[in-house]
Design a protein around this ligand. Structure first.
Ligand SMILES: [Zn+2]
Length: 345
């Protein structure tokens, strides 16, 4: 019986019993469920809706969420080894504008429109390079084509040598490997150069505008210099502090209780507090409670409200305003949420 797991006088879980009966993950999940402190008859609640009421819409949402979750999990299991996620973070972590990150990401996914890609998509009659007539692919366009070679020849020799040592045909693996073997600065230079070569090729092919390899190299150098300049911390003028919101007093015959919740960085538990003051701001009383195992801020905010009501009771105050800064908790209480917070509202 569930009631065997609950200490009725203290309205808390018998933690030792829960941990003995259930495997650790399930025990943790159970201990995170807040318990009701009042006597309420048992009722059925639908877990797919915060109010505990069943609807077709919420059932559809729940099934959809489960399906997406499983698909994501399968995709990740297929693709994401730890080396892979490190490789992607080397791209997304680059200190460059997002258009360069997106260029790199497209390159990694083999989705830059090189002739071979366009040919495969039936958008070009042939897969040859529009500049030199050799078979085109990402490596040809960006590294091996004559134009690209001329630009790389003007670049940092050491970096180019390292870059050329990686011969992987798969662009993603090639990028990940070069990101590991180059310094952050060299890797950034390589990405900016790849991007500049790609842009120069497109200018030649689609607009008939020829930019010499020398000027493309000059563009890369000045672009990198600009990037460095942007990354330098700038002396900002001190900002004027925002006006603090002033306390709104309750009507004369009411008291006001401010509630708040906090979770320590280590997690594992939460704390809730409530401070009661009268209309003129005079302190009447306060209460603070540590809640073991619960670290969901929204649930804690609701528990803080429960604590506020208990405090009001202790102070014999019956006309009470409760102020919380958690919109979701306020909405949930207003909406008579039954399920998500153990029916504490
Ligand atoms: Zn070519």
């Amino acid at each position: 019986m569930v009631s065997d797991l609950i200490e009725p006088t203290l309205a808390c879980w018998r933690e030792e019993v829960v941990r003995q009966v259930f495997v650790s993950a399930n025990a943790e999940a159970i201990l995170k469920i807040p318990l009701c402190t009042r006597h309420v008859d048992d009722f059925w609640a639908w877990s797919g809706d915060p109010k505990g009421r069943f609807s077709v819409k919420s059932a559809y949402k729940l099934i959809h969420k489960m399906k997406m979750g499983r698909e994501d999990w399968l995709d990740e299991a297929e693709e994401m080894s730890s080396g892979e996620s490190k490789g992607w973070s080397s791209i997304w972590g680059l200190q460059v504008p997002s258009k360069l990150k997106i260029f790199t990401w497209r390159l990694a996914r083999h989705s830059l429109p090189t002739s071979d890609v366009l040919h495969r998509r039936n958008m070009l009659p042939s897969h040859v390079c529009a500049l030199c007539g050799a078979a085109d692919n990402w490596r040809h366009s960006l590294i091996d084509c004559n134009y690209a070679r001329c630009v790389w020849a003007l670049s940092n020799e050491d970096m180019v040598q390292h870059m050329c040592m990686q011969r992987d045909d798969q662009a993603k693996r090639w990028i990940f490997l070069t990101s590991e073997s180059l310094s952050q600065e060299e890797f950034t230079t390589m990405i900016v150069t790849l991007w500049a070569i790609w842009a120069a090729r497109r200018k030649i092919i689609h607009e008939g505008i020829y930019r010499t390899p020398f000027s493309t190299n000059g563009f890369v150098t000045s672009y990198l210099a600009d990037l460095k300049q942007i990354q330098k911390p700038v002396d900002r003028p001190p900002t004027t502090p925002r006006a603090r919101p002033t306390r709104q007093p309750p009507p004369d015959d009411h008291v006001k209780i401010n509630v708040d919740a906090a979770v320590p960085r280590a997690g594992g538990r939460g704390a809730v507090g409530a401070v009661c003051r009268d209309a003129s701001g005079v302190f009447l009383g306060a209460s603070a409670v540590i809640v073991n195992n619960i670290e969901d801020p929204e649930v804690l905010e609701v528990l803080a409200t429960r604590e506020a009501l208990a405090l009001a009771d202790d102070l014999y105050e019956h006309k009470v305003f409760i102020a919380s800064d958690c919109m979701a908790a306020v909405e949930a209480i207003k909406g008579g949420t039954a399920a998500a917070y153990g029916n504490n509202g």
